[in-house]
Design a protein around this ligand. Sequence first.
Ligand code: NAD
Length: 464
Amino acid sequence: MSKLEYTPVEDVPRIHEELLRGFRSGKTKSIAYRKEQLLHLAYLIHDNKQRFREALHADLGRPYDETDFLEFSPTIGEIMDAHDGVEKWAKTERTAFNSSWFPMSPAVRKEPKGLVLIIAPFNYPLLLLLGPLGSAIAAGCAAVVKPSELVPQTSALLAELLPKYLDQDLYRLVNGAVPETTKLLELPWDHILYTGNGRVAKIVSAAAAKHLTPVTLELGGKSPVVIDPNCDVQTAARRILWGKYANAGQICIAPDYILCPRGFQDTFVAAVQRAYNEFFPAEPPSPDNMSRMITQAHAERVKKLIEGTRGTIVFGGQADIAERFVAPTLVRDVPGDDSLMSEEIFGPVLPIVPVRDVDEAIEFINSREHALSVYVFSQDSKFKAKVFNNTQSGAAVANDVSIGLRVHDAPFGGIGPSGSGSTTCKYGFLTFTHLRTTFDNPNWMDKLLMRRRYPPYATNGIKM
Ligand code: NAD
């Protein structure tokens, strides 16, 4: 196992300066260079899978299978998508034909913004750091990546591997906590992509504003699930329970709570109980086959939310703070102003808030901050459309949770308090790209425009 060493704060400005020089060298203009670096980035993960599995197990108690499914596949997929798409994405685009403008050959060039900063959280240390780095490389930017200090084994491994796989003139990793990140944020960047919680997002935005640096914020919130009695209840229960269980519920787009018609709650609870028995036939999940909370403080926070609930615990409820373990927990009959509804749970606890019907569910969602995602389980297209059409959120998904949200060639991002801007594939590329308009006006155009463009206006024949 590697040991995490923080980057000395006094080195941070020098790293910034060196990367700026690297960017100005023009190396990243070449698409072939970008593709080569993207391949190296994919191999960084591919060659070291077992070491990453072990590091993520040490940091998050993650079962190896979860790392394979939720981290390796989407991260390598996203990087390879950038590798395969960059040639097309980076092509200068001609504007649509317009009789006034076409002689000037207007076009939109896709130019790298420059030197960018990517700050990642603990919950997906590879996907949320290396995915955006892939986008920055594809766009032709130089980049500093800052992993979370809460995953020391993974961050140390990344610090060891990054210099072996990527060009150090252009791409560097800075490890550290608040002082190191604060130093990074004092410097002028051409773009900052921050993924994490809203409190720190405000610090990042305020620091960026000092340099008028554009910012993309990938945040979280409480993503609701609306249940229609006309759904395949067993599939719904299985998918939702998995969404809460994976990574111990520490997923920004995890289903946070359920809005279920009162009269259907018993049926839904019985289905979730069956799914739970199916997942854990012998015994409840032990700390060995389930991810842990990232720190004891995080486990304590979720334990307090459970202790404060006025709902009825159906299963789970146990927490072992020393082991950073919180059992998958289902809570029914949860009031809208319950402790479990007071903040993003970010843990394996699923509250059910009974509602009268879909109209009350929509009203409930709209009375709260916009979520990263709204989920609906229904076989009725009118029901699904009603929820989608009458709510706002980063994404809207029917009949599944979390899994499909990094769909290739579709933007991933929040709205309002759940984030702004978007990432993944082409949209990640565009985040780090400046769309530069160009045109070239031929001299003969003056013959056409002379009378209208230049003074003396009195002689141009236009009546007042
Ligand atoms: P975290 O504690 O790992 O922090 C995220 C980053 O912010 C880290 O790199 C950390 O060093 C830095 N940071 C912390 N305090 C700072 C400070 N005072 N100044 C500057 N930088 C600071 O992770 P977290 O924020 O707890 O992550 C969980 C949150 O992130 C949840 O709300 C979750 O929903 C959200 N999230 C969003 C997405 C998304 O794509 N929208 C993905 C994952 C997580």
